[in-house]
Ligand binder design. Structure first.
Ligand SMILES: *[C@@H]1O[C@H](CO)[C@@H](O)[C@H](O)[C@H]1NC(C)=O
Ligand SMILES: *[C@@H]1O[C@H](CO)[C@@H](O)[C@H](O)[C@H]1NC(C)=O
Ligand SMILES: *[C@@H]1O[C@H](CO)[C@@H](O)[C@H](O)[C@H]1NC(C)=O
Ligand SMILES: *[C@@H]1O[C@H](CO)[C@@H](O)[C@H](O)[C@H]1NC(C)=O
Ligand SMILES: *[C@@H]1O[C@H](CO)[C@@H](O)[C@H](O)[C@H]1NC(C)=O
Ligand SMILES: *[C@@H]1O[C@H](CO)[C@@H](O)[C@H](O)[C@H]1NC(C)=O
Ligand SMILES: *[C@@H]1O[C@H](CO)[C@@H](O)[C@H](O)[C@H]1NC(C)=O
Ligand SMILES: *[C@@H]1O[C@H](CO)[C@@H](O)[C@H](O)[C@H]1NC(C)=O
Ligand SMILES: *[C@@H]1O[C@H](CO)[C@@H](O)[C@H](O)[C@H]1NC(C)=O
Ligand SMILES: *[C@@H]1O[C@H](CO)[C@@H](O)[C@H](O)[C@H]1NC(C)=O
Length: 638
């Protein structure tokens, strides 16, 4: 049975004993001053019986109706305090609004039994209730029913960027179900609880942090799609939550839904490849640039929604970094092996990693500590040697200028030396008897992802689907299909690919980014993440191909070293869509030695504190914010 079973009541009619009905409440959607809220069925508290009839005093409705709950420990609460409190609530929480001052429930935890007038003078709220209580619920906005039951308030937002596959809510026992609520307009609703219910503590460093999950992670109670509709239809809801997701939940994060992935986490572009699901919308610039993939939903959601704090993606060949780069976000591909992948769909276990996309480096570090658990040590002694890969040599355009300014600022900050690093020549010099690096690593990535995913995902899926559908084969998007065909037809083995990868990794991790006793990593390696180049989503690209080749983005894939995207600015372009100048993000990827993730998080926080980088904004621009262009014409939606 699903989570709803807890609310299931069986009503037996005495006069028609053969007739019965199963009734369950999945909550309700209400409006307070034109803002939509979801009221879940879970009861978080009950008003004392002597005041349960109070609802008739202000609405005569069956409810649920809005109410503000506060706790005081001393008598003498005044109306002026109430408005100050409401201002505080509004400043720190997007769910609270003055409409919740319709009614006030004051939980008094002090000595004695204060009378109502001592607590509040006249008419701040239509109903004022005083009560002493043993177990106060957190202050904030709630809904109360005519039965006196108190329910949390969830604000409903529109997923106008199409970033989610399914939005979700968990009940008081932590069991997830699909959000049974909608919103005006064409997009699904996302429900977020008031931030006021949560207080960050040492045990719950992510208390109340709103989290979106790429839909290749299992969440108990929800189906996983892996970006494939047949998969979604075939398998039941997961019965266990992926370890990485559970770690974030255990630290207090609130999962608000599952987010879009390109199919089976393979790289897809918008126009041709996203057949089963539509690619989310990149909020930056004209709003019609590709989101990159495969963590497309997590990237688009982080770039679009101020109410979404952080998202969990995965990176095998660039699936966190790509969406972070083109949407101007912080995103980390961790050192391979440091974040557990149980409960996550594999692409190639030798290469798969689980990491975060966010706008705020401080939250990023806090969430990473929860995600990596014992596998991260945050250290604050930094390398003084910087290697740059394929960096611009001069500031020929605005993007190149920003990249060089950032390098200069970082060099100053670290008192470091900078060396341009060329993989082709460095590899050849260090490994004279080996083949060219671009030959050794040319087919390693496509070989591993195809052969592994065929074995771990495709073949069991095909067999299950055929068994359930009289021998039929499920629909697969063109991109995974062509990659799997490559795996089917290649005579090279997984062992050969792993041997090539290992040869590169052993060299890189000892000669290029080596461990260092003082600074964790001998050097810092930088390459250009994004330079405001356009990738229009309405362009018909060539048919998808096999991802051959070695490039900067593959360094971390083969070496297992961490690779973090850092947004540093934005540059203009003339949009073919708007016929107007728009702006796109400029980002740099920062790498350190394998296992030094904690040092890199610390360095990026230090760069933020020094004013060299900034917290990214949502909307049109990651630097200046502003409404997403599409959103400006969707004012009727919240
Ligand atoms: C409002 O917040 C400020 C700063 O957090 C705090 O000092 C003040 O006491 C709060 N006021 C009320 C009425 O809670
Ligand atoms: C949980 O799901 C897995 C995979 O579908 C299945 O093998 C297992 O039997 C299920 N366990 C329970 C307790 O339902
Ligand atoms: C830490 O790394 C080890 C070795 O790779 C892994 O088994 C373990 O699951 C990781 N811990 C977490 C919290 O992911
Ligand atoms: C940087 O380069 C200078 C000049 O080549 C050298 O003296 C210095 O030791 C170098 N510093 C570091 C940290 O490598
Ligand atoms: C690296 O060296 C190779 C071989 O000399 C050269 O072809 C290539 O252009 C160099 N790359 C860069 C970015 O300078
Ligand atoms: C990589 O492999 C593809 C497919 O076999 C081939 O077309 C291409 O020339 C190769 N590139 C290198 C550098 O070996
Ligand atoms: C491994 O490297 C050799 C060159 O040493 C190359 O010919 C081969 O194609 C590579 N295979 C894979 C799967 O990476
Ligand atoms: C490659 O494998 C696919 C099966 O995935 C098969 O249909 C196709 O004919 C093969 N192509 C070649 C060129 O061998
Ligand atoms: C946009 O186009 C105008 C007119 O061709 C040109 O002068 C300007 O440099 C272009 N701006 C950018 C950012 O490319
Ligand atoms: C970064 O570099 C630019 C250009 O040199 C400079 O204007 C700016 O002040 C620097 N920022 C910081 C925080 O040092």
């Amino acid at each position: 049975m699903g989570p709803i079973a807890r609310f299931l009541s069986v009503i037996l009619s005495t006069s028609f004993t053969h007739v019965y009905a199963a009734f369950s409440s999945s909550g309700s959607t209400v409006f307070v001053n034109d803002i939509a809220y979801f009221v879940p069925p879970d009861v978080v508290g009950t008003l004392p019986s002597k005041i349960q009839d109070f609802t008739s005093r202000f609405h005569g409705s069956l409810g649920p109706v809005p109410i503000t709950v506060i706790t005081i420990s001393k008598p003498g609460f005044q109306v002026s305090d109430l408005s100050a409190l409401a201002a505080n609530f509004s400043a720190s929480d997007d769910v609270f609004q003055d409409g919740f001052l319709e009614a006030l429930y004051v939980q008094y935890t002090g000595h004695g039994n204060p009378s109502a007038p001592q607590i509040c003078s006249q008419n701040a709220a239509k109903a004022v209730i005083a009560s002493s209580t043993q177990k106060p619920i957190p202050s904030g906005p709630y809904f109360v029913t005519s039965a006196g039951t108190l329910h949390r308030a969830y604000r409903l937002y529109s997923d106008f960027a199409g970033a989610f596959t399914e939005t979700a809510i968990s009940n008081s026992e932590g069991v997830f179900s699909v959000l049974p609520a909608g919103i005006v307009g064409q997009s699904p609703a996302v429900a977020v609880p008031s931030r006021l219910y949560f207080t960050k503590t040492v045990d719950k460093p992510l208390a109340g942090v709103r989290l979106g999950i790429k839909d290749i992670y299992d969440i108990a109670g929800l189906k996983t799609s892996n970006g494939n509709r047949a998969w979604y239809g075939l398998y039941p809801p997961a019965n266990k939550t992926a370890v990485a997701v559970q770690k974030l939940i255990d630290a207090g994060a609130i999962v608000v839904g599952k987010m879009k992935t390109s199919q089976f986490a393979n790289g897809e572009t918008a126009t041709a490849d996203w057949v089963d699901y539509h690619e989310p919308f990149n909020p930056r610039g004209d709003g019609y640039q590709d989101t990159s993939s495969s963590s497309s939903g997590p990237g688009a959601g982080e770039g679009s929604y101020p109410w979404l704090d952080i998202t969990l993606g995965s990176d095998t060949g660039g699936s966190i970094r790509g969406p972070s780069e083109v949407q101007g976000l912080y995103g980390n591909r961790p050192s391979h092996g440091l974040v557990e992948l149980t409960g996550v769909m594999p692409l190639a276990p030798e290469l798969d990693t689980s990491g975060l996309l966010t706008r705020d480096p401080v939250l990023w570090t806090a969430a990473a500590k929860a995600l990596y658990g014992d596998n991260i040590t945050v250290t604050s002694k930094y390398p003084s040697q910087i290697l740059t890969v394929e960096f611009p040599e001069s500031a020929d355009d605005i993007a190149d200028g920003l990249i060089l300014d950032f390098l200069a600022n970082l060099t100053d900050f670290l008192q470091a030396n900078v060396t341009a690093f060329n993989f082709t020549t460095a590899w050849a010099a260090a490994n004279p008897s080996a083949a060219d690096i671009n030959v050794i690593l040319n087919t390693t990535y496509p070989l591993l992802i195809s052969k592994e995913q065929i074995k771990l995902v495709r073949d069991p899926f095909y067999a299950d689907y055929a068994a359930a559908h009289n021998g039929r084969r499920p629909f697969i998007d063109p991109t995974p299909l062509i990659r799997w065909s490559y795996g089917d037809n290649s005579s090279a083995t997984i062992e050969e690919a792993v041997a090539n990868k290992t040869q590169f990794m052993d060299w890189f991790n000892s000669e290029v980014l080596a461990p260092d006793a003082a600074t964790c990593s001998s050097s810092l390696l930088l390459y250009v993440g994004s330079d405001a180049s356009t990738v229009y989503r309405n362009v018909y690209w060539d048919s998808p191909g096999v991802p051959f080749g070695f490039s900067s983005g593959r360094i971390s894939v083969f070496s297992e070293a961490p690779d973090f995207v850092v947004p540093i600015g934005q540059a203009p372009y003339n949009s073919t869509v708007t016929q107007h100048v728009e702006y796109l993000p400029v980002t740099v990827d920062m790498m350190v030695a394998k296992g030094c993730d904690g040092m890199l998080f610390s360095l990026i926080e230090a760069l933020l504190a020094a004013g060299i980088i900034q917290v990214a904004k949502t909307g049109y621009s990651g630097i200046d914010g502003g409404e997403v262009l599409l959103k400006r014409s969707l004012e009727f939606e919240q």
